[in-house]
Design a protein around this ligand. Structure first.
Ligand SMILES: NC(=O)c1ccc[n+]([C@@H]2O[C@H](COP(=O)([O-])OP(=O)(O)OC[C@H]3O[C@@H](n4cnc5c(N)ncnc54)[C@H](OP(=O)(O)O)[C@@H]3O)[C@@H](O)[C@H]2O)c1
Length: 326
């Protein structure tokens, strides 16, 4: 089969379409003819050599796939050859064929196309686990979602809005803020021209928010704490602004704050199955009924993976970038 490989770590140009061996399904796995795969920020880190796959997983990039079942392992139940499926994988998506644990597989609803299915698991799973399972966001609470135009940000904004939260987002351009307001955010803050702490305080009558969903890390840590109200929660989900920061613990204690981190890729399969079940229970029906949707910015053919990566790194996109295989 053909796959995009990383012969050496570096810029997008290193990505190469090559013939590689077709993976063989283990007892719990489906072999899927991949028709679409979501591009994620993690893929950029993997290409640069900063985010290796968990031990034993495919070296090929790609954390979510949609396609057609080609073959089944001996333990697989509930699926057959020819089924349209989608799901989260630990790697292997940027290829004509990939393995998907059947316990992580979901049937693609009839009206959905493959790009829509492939753009769903990573961002909706992550947003559910951090806003709700870990972040305990409740109706009527205020939440600040950074990188409001990211894949995870666009999913999280819709989910928080639907749950009746007051949603603030940050983004790097007026266009992204306008697009986010259409998804249900109540206010957008351009972090390049405005101070998000001041804006949040101003718009919450000095109170601050109950929860911050952060992908920036070090560069935002102390300002995130300032933006939280008493007993607020900070979800650390990405580190685009650095990994090391000095923390004033007096703020954490005096405001009785909670900080937690989240990473999905390296979790044991049992935890991932639980994440998928929570998604199926709370959000899959809402996606099927069109109350929320993955926001797809652009679709590239697999052979243009390097172009897709460059585009992601330019930060011009709003929502998901998807690769397709025809
Ligand atoms: N922990 C997990 O399991 C998990 C799972 C999924 C995703 N993530 C993390 O979630 C984040 C979003 O992922 P994604 O794939 O949805 O990303 P994405 O679609 O590529 O969007 C990222 C956006 O963040 C903004 N940004 C980039 N660098 C920034 C910085 N230094 N400061 C502020 N904003 C910055 C840019 O938009 P602007 O125009 O607004 O600058 C950019 O478009 C990433 O950090 C990723 O690693 C974590």
């Amino acid at each position: 089969m053909k796959a995009i490989v990383i012969p050496e770590f570096g810029d997008a140009e290193v990505l190469t379409l090559m013939d590689v061996p077709t993976p063989q399904p283990g007892p719990n796995e489906l072999l899927v003819n991949v028709r679409a795969t979501g591009v994620n920020r993690a893929d950029i880190l993997q290409r640069r050599g900063y985010y290796p796959p968990p031990p034993g997983e495919s070296e090929i990039m790609g954390l979510e796939i949609a396609g057609v079942v080609e073959a089944l392992g001996s333990n697989v139940e509930g699926f057959q050859k020819g089924d349209r499926v989608f799901g989260l994988v630990s790697g292997g998506g940027y290829a004509e064929q990939a393995l998907l644990d059947y316990r992580m597989a979901m049937t693609i609803p009839e009206p959905w196309d493959f790009p829509m299915a492939s753009a769903t698991p990573e961002v909706f799973f992550t947003a559910n686990e951090t806003l709700f399972t870990g972040g305990n966001l409740k109706e009527g609470e205020a939440v600040l979602i950074h990188a409001g135009g990211s894949g995870v940000g666009t999913a999280g904004t819709q989910m928080a809005h639907l749950m009746g939260a007051n949603v603030f987002v940050t983004a790097g351009s007026p266009q992204k803020i306008e697009q986010s307001l259409k998804l249900g955010s109540n206010a957008g803050i351009n972090y390049k021209t405005q101070d998000f702490v001041e804006e949040v305080k101003r718009q919450t009558r000095g109170q601050g928010v109950h929860l911050v969903l952060d992908f920036v890390g070090a560069a935002y840590l102390n300002r995130n704490l300032q933006a939280l109200q008493h007993q607020g929660r900070l979800a650390l989900v990405g580190l685009m602004g650095g990994t090391k920061a000095e923390l004033n613990l007096a703020v954490v204690i005096s405001k009785r704050l909670k900080l937690f981190g989240f990473i999905m890729r390296s979790l044991p399969i049992a935890d991932k199955i639980a994440i998928k079940r929570r998604f199926e229970e709370h959000w899959f029906p809402k996606l099927i009924h069109g109350q929320i949707r993955p926001i797809i910015d652009s679709v590239f053919p697999l052979e243009q993976a390097a172009e897709a990566h460059k585009y992601m790194e330019s930060n011009q996109h709003f929502g998901k970038i998807v690769l397709t295989i025809t």
